[in-house]
Structure formats: structure tokens, C-alpha cells
Design a protein around this ligand. Sequence first.
Ligand code: 9D3
Length: 247
Amino acid sequence: MRIDILTLFPEMFDGPFNASILKRAVDRKLVSINLHNIRDYSHDKHRTVDDYPYGGGAGMVLKPEPIFEAVEAIKAQSHSEEGGILPVILLTPQGRLFSQQIAVEFSRYRQLVLICGRYEGVDERVVEHLVTDEVSIGDYVLSGGELAAMVVADVVVRLLPGVLGSEASPADDSHVAGLLEYAQYTRPAVYRGWPVPEVLLSGNHAQIARWRREQAILRTLRRRPDLISKASLSPEERLLLAKCCSS
Ligand code: 9D3
């Protein structure tokens, strides 16, 4: 996959993209991540990328020309003969809420273009005539779309074939689909007088699997009851929940 990112702050991406799983995926050529400074597509000597909002109001708005021209340059570079639609995703607080499901959808494309907003926003003509999808990563205020683009890139790249290697596969993620994970322990068996649950030391793998499943369900019920209705639970587990929670 090829990911092109338009930003006014390309240096923000140095850290996350040069460490861990993302770096290994880039090194192994499973993904290429191309950063484009929107300022490079301005025309004037002051390298202007923003301007005052028509109608007045606080702050500045990103001008349309540099963004259109940056995306057009990217389109010209890529194999346009493939003819498939190129997703152009604007990271914005107004977007649809990003999720694992949206990441799976994005992971099926050969190429993604991510546009990071800044200031008060982006000229609406970019949204209407260039952007194919608007995405937010949650209900809190970031200073710009960069961290959101990093989140989207990280989640999508993990899903690409070969990226996770021998570690837990994305298939494992869906195995426990919709449940929080059970509590994990490692040595020592007793730390500051706090013991590891006895069942985990028993060596009884069937019993351990049952305990973990129960822990995952109980934890989800307490912390994220909103997830339970969509979780993949067996009829037996649903029945158990119906009895103990009368829901
Ligand atoms: C004063 C302007 N804000 C009113 C609350 C609007 C605003 C515009 C741009 C607020 C934040 C930002 C910068 N944030 C993003 O570009 C952004 C974002 C976010 O803030 N939260 C969650 N997801 C995203 S994706 C892009």
C-alpha cells in the first residue's frame, strides 16, 4: 500500500513512522509513506497556505489551491491507468468516527491520501470536490489532523498482509471480536504479597481458557457495556448474561 500524507508539519511524523511495527513495515516495503508539505504547493514567495475566512470570524482557513495541486501531483505520480478510485481522506473533527471497521475498509485500497487540517478548517470546496471521506478519531480537540493521520496510518498498516509477521495476527483480534482483553500476569507468582490468580498456575489449559473468556466478558460488561450487544458471544454466554444481568 502507498499512503500519501499532506501536512504543514511533516516533521511531526518522524517519531511514529520511524519506530516499531510501522518502521518495519516500511523497511519491508509492505507500505510506503510519502509526506508532502502543503506549503511546497503554494505559489507566492511568502509560501501562503491560509487566509482569512469570508464573512469574518476568528482564525484562518486553509486555501484550496495548494491542497488541490498537491493531490493532483500525487494522482499524476501514481499509476493512474489502474483507474480505481483514489480515497482522499480529510482528518477533521467533523468526520465520521474512525473505527477498526473503517480501518479494514481503508486497508483494501492500494493507495490512500490523508489530508491533515489545521487552523479553523479547510476551504469547503476541498471537502466538496476533492475529498472522498472525512474522518475524526474521537470527541476531543486536537491541534490539527496530524496525530489523527498517524492513528489512521498505524491502524491500517497493522492490517496489511505480512505486517504483523509471527506476532498475533489481526485474525486473533477478530477472534475475541468486540470484547476487552482478560487480565495478564507474568512472573513472579507473588509480588509484594499480591498473588497471580491460582487458575493460571494450574496447567489446566481448558480451565484457563474458560477463566479468561469469563474475565473478558465480565470486564467488558463493567467497563464497556456498550460493546456487549455487538460482541460475538455464544448462545450459552448470552443466556448466562441474560440470567445474571436480567437484560
Ligand atoms: C476553534 C476551532 N475548533 C472549534 C472547536 C474547530 C477545530 C478545528 C480543527 C478544532 C480542532 C481542529 C484540529 N483538529 C483536527 O484537525 C482533527 C481532529 C480533532 O481535533 N479531534 C479528533 N479527530 C480529529 S481529526 C482532525
